[in-house]
Design a protein around this ligand. Structure first.
Ligand code: SF4
Length: 62
């Protein structure tokens, strides 16, 4: 799952947003998950900078 998360270049904003936990916890440094998705879409941030997503992914693999 995490491997496939790296491949966001072909995704649009809402595809990226739909992968996110949507809890707006701000741990990535953005105010909202949607703002973070926009940063990922334009290549400024990587989706793996969403710590919640990574922690969830790790948990799902346990
Ligand atoms: S760290 Fe992840 S869940 Fe938290 S606000 Fe950023 S994108 Fe959303």
């Amino acid at each position: 799952m995490i491997e496939h998360l790296e491949n966001t270049e072909e995704m649009d904003l809402y595809e990226i947003y739909n992968l996110l936990p949507k809890i707006n916890c701000r741990r990535c440094g953005e105010e909202t998950c949607l703002a973070f998705a926009a940063m990922v879409e334009c290549g400024t941030k990587k989706i793996t900078q969403c710590r919640v997503l990574i922690e969830k992914g790790v948990k799902n693999h346990e």
